[in-house]
Design a protein around this ligand. Structure first.
Ligand SMILES: Cc1cc2nc3c(=O)[nH]c(=O)nc-3n(C[C@H](O)[C@H](O)[C@H](O)COP(=O)(O)OP(=O)(O)OC[C@H]3O[C@@H](n4cnc5c(N)ncnc54)[C@H](O)[C@@H]3O)c2cc1C
Length: 494
């Protein structure tokens, strides 16, 4: 490969791979630098003990928390990034998420553009990621230019029964939009997909969709094991002139025309801070968001859960309002099935016999509430290490969401509901650290994801999101990347 490609993309996760897919047909010479490697076919990808206990796939790196205590974040560095282990819920932000929204603990600011601007890019992202869904099943579903490319993943019988019980209790479950070919996934192993790494057997993720589409063009090259360590300004003092990376212990330098940083919200901010660039606003690393999330297990001794994957419906009844004219609370969706092994791993003191009983009589849910952007929540560097300072916001909404959900589950015949707030040190839905906006004083990127300071630098990963909304972020990252690809193509054409 030439050391002066037209475009260097840093990271092959949801942002980087989708951007590459959008840019590849232009014929531009594109190098994708990815610090990780492909998850091998031989990896223990369906063994919960290897996944959840000795973290066979998780990075061993440590970050520091606010008190400077080291912790291992749940971050995955491999081809496809975090999307290789994700739950494949590919859901759009709702229309109202692009407008200013008042919450119990503050305001979620408006984006610099409205939903209509994003709608065609969401359509394109759903095509690329072959999303399965039903646009009629949720009252909060925003307008689509086309139906979902595939019909929804079917409920298993136990889940269908639970859905009917909730409907009878007055709740309106909807079909979760999912990027999974369920027949292919199950043919490779009888487990759910949520949290399980994909070995190219049915999960629609950054590697199997975005990257596969990009690499079908011979002008695109993926370099794995290539960790970018710095970006250097060129001789004009404005444009990024050099991308420096390490591979196999050696340092290499590329001199591209355009640089797209897609290393994930935390690592993109860290790289910009380390390089001392793009930060005239002093906003790089600020406004880190991560959702308030709770796992809930609803138990009914009379309910028999023999589902394998479970994760097929969600509830948005309290997304835009608490149902009584109050403020928004958030989204509820089924978790991947919490099997006896997973329950035992999460609660080691629980006897296995109890784990089996609970798992066999429970429905497992995941509750998400919006985290609000606060400049004091931030990624900083401490002696070269990442320090993550995150204080939860909007917990009043999250507590109300949990109370509403428990009430509905009890009305549906699940008398016991156990719940646990997700650990703040697992930044699965990290975003906001390199936010786009229309004011260079309070944002790092312009509305097209271009750095205000460096005209040939784009950031198209979750860091660019100015708000977290209360739904899973990956489809919005993908849509934003396809939109930015168009801007970059126009730039190259000039
Ligand atoms: C367990 C789990 C479940 C999830 N479930 C869902 C879900 O159901 N739906 C959903 O929408 N979202 C889900 N998410 C979140 C989703 O995966 C992320 O929002 C999405 O992957 C973010 O895309 P990204 O491009 O910002 O980062 P990533 O996809 O993480 O990609 C970043 C890439 O950059 C690489 N990289 C980092 N630093 C460097 C460097 N210095 N040099 C070179 N390469 C670098 C990384 O290795 C990685 O490949 C889940 C996340 C986790 C962890």
């Amino acid at each position: 490969m030439s050391n002066a490609p037209d475009i260097v993309i840093i990271g092959s996760g949801m942002g980087g791979a989708t951007l590459a897919a959008g840019l590849a047909p232009s014929g531009a010479r594109i190098a994708i630098l990815e610090r990780g490697h492909r998850i091998p076919d031989s990896a223990p990808a369906r063994d919960p003990w290897r996944i959840y206990t000795n973290s066979a796939f998780r990075s061993r790196e440590t970050w520091l928390d606010e008190e400077e205590r080291p912790f291992e974040p749940g971050n995955y560095y491999n081809v496809g990034g975090n999307s290789k282990l994700y739950g494949a819920v590919l859901i759009r932000y709702r229309e109202a998420d692009f407008d200013e929204m008042e919450h119990y603990d503050g305001v979620s600011p408006a984006w610099p553009f409205r939903y209509d601007e994003m709608a065609p890019w969401y359509d394109a992202a759903e095509r690329l990621y072959e999303v399965r869904g039903d646009a009629q099943s949720d009252a909060t579903e925003p307008p689509h230019g086309a139906p979902y490319p595939f019909p929804p993943v079917p409920d298993e019988p136990a889940v269908k029964g639970a859905r009917e019980r909730l409907e009878n209790a007055g709740v309106r479950p909807f079909c979760l939009p999912l990027g999974v070919d369920i027949d292919r996934w199950l043919a490779a192993g009888n487990t759910g997909w949520d949290g399980y790494p994909d070995q190219r057997c049915g999960k629609m993720d950054a590697e199997t969709c975005g990257l596969a589409a990009a690499l079908a063009h011979d002008n695109v090259e993926l370099i794995t094991g290539a960790r970018v360590t710095g970006l250097r300004i060129g001789s004009d003092n404005r444009r990024i002139g050099e991308v420096v990376y390490e591979k196999d212990g050696e340092e290499h330098t590329l001199r591209p025309g355009v640089v797209a940083l897609c290393a994930g919200a935390v690592q993109s901010a860290a790289l910009l801070l380390r390089s001392g660039i793009a930060n005239s606003s002093d906003h790089v690393g600020r406004c880190f968001m991560n959702h308030n999330a709770t796992a809930a297990i609803a138990i009914d001794p009379g309910f028999r859960n023999d589902a394998v994957y479970q994760k097929t419906f969600g509830i948005n009844d309290w997304y835009l309002s608490d149902g009584n004219g109050g403020k928004p609370l958030g989204n509820v969706q089924l978790l991947g099935r919490v099997t006896p092994d997973i329950l035992k791993i999460q609660v080691p003191q629980l006897p296995m016999i109890a784990a089996r009983w609970i798992s066999g009589h429970a429905l497992d849910l995941y509750l998400i509430s919006e985290d609000l952007p606060d400049p004091e929540n931030r990624v900083v560097l401490k002696n070269g290490s990442v320090q993550l300072i995150w204080r939860r916001s909007n917990m009043a909404a999250h507590e109300k969401l949990l109370a509403k959900t428990k009430k509905a589950l009890k009305a549906a015949g699940f008398p016991f509901v156990l719940s646990r707030l997700f650990d703040g040190r697992v930044p699965s839905h990290q975003c906001g650290t390199v936010r786009l906006g229309d004011d260079p004083a309070t944002s790092v990127l312009d509305p097209e994801c271009r750095s205000w300071d460096h005209p040939n630098l784009f950031v198209t990963d979750a860091g660019a999101l100015p708000t977290s909304a209360a739904v899973n972020p990956a489809l919005t990252v993908a849509a934003l990347s396809l939109r930015a690809a168009e801007t970059i193509k126009q730039e190259l054409a000039q």
